[in-house]
Design a binder for this molecule. Structure first.
Ligand code: NBG
Length: 934
């Protein structure tokens, strides 16, 4: 960190005000102290997963019994076709993994099973399976084929491979009964699956050959796939990277989520640059990656009445509306392992196809109406990122998802026939943000009301099962539900939450007698009109571990929004796990040439499962030949992107310009504003320059991509400004190749895969203290983009690992932000004073240069007044950092490439394998359970 700070003090990088310009109360240190010992992402804390005190380690799985029957023999039970875990061959004799063949003739089964086996490099065998799907699943013939059909048949063939592994993994884990991790995420931003699946299976070449021999180019097939876009941004993509790593690390675990009929909206732009939103009916064409489990369905209740049961903690919840949650599985293959994880997504279905009462009354229309109301629950993903919206339907989504997932998990657990007290020895549930927090109350309800466990015992069990990851400190993103809404929809859960809060506050009061302020601050129920349930507080109280997603963020959580809880629960309750990204998708898949260079130079593919090996390539940065190879790859990737942009948007790019990418959701805190205002500044400078001076100016291409929440007016205005600046700048003869501004509409995982390998500069410029981590910063750095960023989120750790010399850091530090913000609001100075350059930019916008003067008034006003995100305060410093980029780009291209290589090869610690292993060791207490190779 120290060296980052040294770099920051260089006059030309950072025009930070000196301490005396700030109020005395401003902290004098500019060092965000991110080195609390318990906060290191590298600390693989010794397993601290909970075990109930009355059940010592002797009750954990006995590893010497591996491969043998589960400890407790199962009782005789009626025969069933297969278990709800999806295991093919459940034991019928009361012993999981028993010796006896379960159904029919063993030899016939085994021969049939073998007949479907295909070797990894058997091109004809793979072609056979593809053609089988063409003729059977799709009912087509060779003369009646197009690329869509070829894609679908190929995907189904790959899916066969996945299902085989899925079955083996499930059977193996069922037999071994290890502790399992369940990752609850309301968003799964998977993107496409075909390329990733064949790479992880190690069968890409085989599939390429087979499809070529069948008359199709594999690349064309890949492009037929529609993204599975069940997420808004970083949070949903993180879940997708983590499940890839869970599979790759052979951890026993599943993801749980919702099967929305509509993913994140499709973004289009109007002629005047406004964002338009269209639905994304991604399931319109069949989704070959999912397996419908129509037999795995759980009842879910909403509304209704609660009757207490006398002399007990129990209550009976009845009436209201019942529906079903039906399971759909998406197998997720690990890399270089047979293990296959699963994402189980729920779809809401009516209990019956019609409402019998209405039917009897002859009211056919009403009976159908009731079904469509239920179907609405899983209709659409809420399109908000880092923004909370308290809609009833959203709470319905959350409860349906949590209740169904928990019923599924508990069903699996009850098969082991162990006492409930051992639940925490067998399952851990990781809550990806507060969206699944209701699951805490749901487990309490099931244990108390359905399993006859006392409240106190239930609470003891429950608080050892859950861990909670916080992803934001932004107040507008913290979930709190109106009590009245909760009471209507989930009356029993509200009672349980009241009881949890009551007991919790009693303990607080005991510790801090007469501190009513503290009680009000810490209460899970926010008093007022209306009253709210604070979900983050419930998550903290009901979990055994809480983590943030980067060192600074974890530290801020503890120092600010969760400070009282740190005092109450102790520091050990809180920890950090810095986010990570999967190197399989974000290097192997998206940047095949760079991957090949790395594999060639390291002499093996081991880096794909041990990303730390990348650092062995750092010395290669000193070799001219290697630099040349690296540079050629970057040029190729830039050309590829330029071609796509030319084709799709008609903008011609200069591949020799600096490609600077800011690709993320549109949000004020991420400050696309700062970037577009700096672009306008650059534009004005070019216009002012003489022809001779223009020759000295370095060429830049600024690339933006990202969606704005449909109701986020200011964010949408920023898109409009970017698009309209592009229209003017890109067509200005004076500017030529020196500056291009591109807004790529409808950002998606697939677009990211083309953009990221082509970037020279990674623009990560959030106001310090606002971006919890960021993950595009990791993806871009891994692909050799240099970091142009603020001292925020994971930027800090990236700069530490790559070395600050490789990065261009600027801007106010977190400790200073409060004070500057206060001054902006309460001791405001005119914009001209805060930043004359920015004032000139605003004048130009107001002159109508980018559309009618006035359109952007409300956007500019956010900076003129209050400037909550410090755009004006950081503007000069941002320009200065860009100037350094100019100098390096124009002055020393070899040095640039050297820095790019060092950056890329220093990103080993940002592999999601490292993050997930940290969770497994430090929080979940689960171990690898690798399916044997044969
Ligand atoms: C986002 C943060 C990002 C972070 C991702 C994944 C939410 C609520 N938070 O900085 O803004 O990288 O989570 O942790 O979506």
């Amino acid at each position: 960190m120290q060296t980052i700070l040294n770099a920051l003090t260089k006059d030309n990088v950072n025009k930070l005000p000196t301490a005396d310009k700030l109020d005395d109360s401003a902290p004098s240190s500019r060092t965000p102290s991110v080195h609390h010992p318990s906060l290191s992402r590298r600390s693989s804390v010794s397993a601290s997963h909970p075990r109930l005190p009355d059940h010592g380690p002797s009750h954990s799985v006995d590893t010497t019994k591996i491969g043998q029957a589960v400890v407790t023999p199962r009782k005789e039970r009626p025969q069933h076709k297969r278990s709800l875990t999806g295991s093919y061959f459940p034991s019928q004799k009361g012993v999981v993994g028993g010796e006896e063949w379960p159904v029919g003739q063993e030899a016939t089964w085994k021969t049939a099973l073998k007949a479907n086996d295909v070797d990894e490099d058997d091109v004809q065998g793979v072609a056979n399976t593809i053609v089988r799907h063409v003729t059977t699943s799709l009912a087509r013939q060779a003369g009646n084929m197009d690329t869509i059909a070829a894609y679908q048949a190929t995907a189904l063939s790959v899916r066969d491979q996945l299902i085989k592994r899925w079955n083996e993994t499930t059977s193996y884990h069922t037999a071994r009964a290890p502790k399992r991790i369940y990752y609850f995420s309301i968003e799964w931003l998977i993107g496409r699956s075909l390329d990733n699946a064949v790479l992880n299976l190690g069968m890409k070449n085989t599939y390429e050959d087979a499809s070529r021999k069948l008359g199709f180019n594999f690349e064309d097939l890949l492009n037929e796939e529609r993204d599975a876009a069940l997420g808004n941004g970083g949070l949903g993509r993180l879940a997708a990277c983590y499940i890839d790593s869970m599979a790759t690390l052979s951890l026993p675990g599943w993801g749980y989520g919702l099967r929305y009929n509509y993913g994140i909206f499709k973004q289009m732009l109007s002629k005047t640059g406004e964002q338009l939103e269209a639905p994304d009916p991604w399931l319109d064409r069949e989704n070959p990656w999912e397996i419908a489990r129509l037999d795995v369905a759980y009842p879910i209740r909403f509304y209704g009445n609660v009757e207490p049961v006398a002399n007990s903690d129990k209550a009976v919840w009845s009436g209201g509306m019942e529906c079903l949650a039906v399971a759909y599985d998406t197998p997720i293959p690990g890399y270089a392992t047979k293990n296959c994880a699963n994402i189980r997504l729920w779809s809401a279905k009516p209990v019956q196809g019609f409402d019998l009462n209405s039917f009897n009354a002859g009211n056919y229309e009403a009976s159908v109406h009731a079904s469509s109301e239920v179907g609405n629950i899983t209709q659409v993903l809420y399109p908000n990122d880092n923004m909370y919206q308290g809609k009833l339907l959203r709470l319905q989504q959350q409860y349906l998802w949590c209740s169904a997932s928990l019923q599924d998990i508990l069903r699996r657990f009850t098969k082991l026939e162990l006492p409930w007290t051992q639940l925490p020895d067998y399952i851990c549930i990781q809550m990806n943000d507060t969206h699944p927090t209701i699951v805490i109350a749901e487990l309490m309800r099931i244990l108390i009301d359905e399993e006859d466990i006392s409240y106190d015992q239930a609470w003891k069990i429950t608080t050892k099962v859950f861990a909670y990851t916080n992803h934001t400190v932004l107040p507008e993103a913290l979930e709190k539900w109106e009590v009245s809404l909760f009471e209507k929809l989930l009356p029993r859960h509200l009672q349980i939450i009241y009881r949890i809060n009551h007991d919790f506050l009693q303990q607080v009061a005991k510790r801090w007698p007469n501190d009513n302020d503290r009680l009000a601050r810490m209460s899970i129920i926010e008093e007022g009109t209306p009253k709210y349930v604070r979900m983050a507080y419930l998550a903290i109280v009901g979990s055994f571990k809480v983590n943030g997603v980067a060192e600074l963020h974890s530290q801020l959580l503890q120092a600010t929004i969760f400070k009282d809880f740190v005092e109450f629960k102790g520091r050990d309750h809180f920890t950090n796990v810095t986010n990570g990204i999967t190197p399989r998708r974000w290097l192997l898949q998206c940047n095949p040439e760079l991957s090949a260079l790395i594999t060639h130079s390291l002499g093996s593919e081991a880096w794909l499962t041990n990303a730390q090996l990348l650092k062995n390539l750092i010395p290669m940065a000193e070799q001219k030949e290697f630099r040349k190879a690296f540079d050629i790859i970057k040029q190729n990737n830039k050309r590829r992107l330029a071609e796509v942009i030319e084709q799709e948007l008609g903008i011609t790019l200069n591949p020799r310009s600096v490609f600077a990418a800011q690709i993320k959701r549109m949000h004020e805190y991420k400050r696309q504003t700062l970037n577009i205002f700096a672009i306008i500044h650059r534009y004005l400078e070019i216009k002012k320059a003489s022809p001779a001076d223009r020759k000295k100016i370095q060429p830049w291409t600024f690339i933006f991509a990202g969606k704005a929440a449909p109701g986020y007016y200011i964010a949408k205005l920023v898109i409009r400004l970017i698009v309209n600046v592009g229209k003017i700048v890109n067509n200005d003869q004076d500017v030529g190749d020196l500056l291009k501004v591109v807004f790529i509409p409808d950002y998606s995982v697939s677009i990211a895969e083309v953009l990221i390998p082509a970037a020279d500069i990674s623009v990560q410029i959030s106001t310090a203290g606002t971006e919890a981590s960021g993950t595009s910063n990791m993806k871009l750095a891994l692909n050799g983009a240099l970091l142009l960023g603020t001292v925020d989120g994971a930027n800090i750790e990236i700069a530490e690992d790559a070395g600050e010399d490789q990065c261009f850091m600027f801007g106010y530090l977190n400790d200073q932000v409060q004070q500057v913000r206060y001054n902006n609001s309460y001791n405001p100075t005119p914009l001209e004073q805060r930043s004359p350059e920015l004032a000139a930019v605003f004048k130009h916008i107001e002159s109508g240069a980018f559309g009618d003067a006035g359109i952007y008034d409300s956007l500019l006003k956010t900076v003129y007044e209050h400037d909550y995100y410090l755009v004006s305060n950081d503007f000069g410093s941002y320009l200065a950092a860009q100037k350094l980029v100019d100098e390096l780009w124009g002055g020393d291209p070899e040095e640039w490439t050297r820095k790019a290589i060092i950056t890329s090869c220093s990103m080993g610690d940002f592999s999601s394998d490292r993050s997930v292993q940290d969770y497994a060791d430090g929080i979940w207490g689960v171990e690898s359970e690798r399916v044997p190779d044969n």
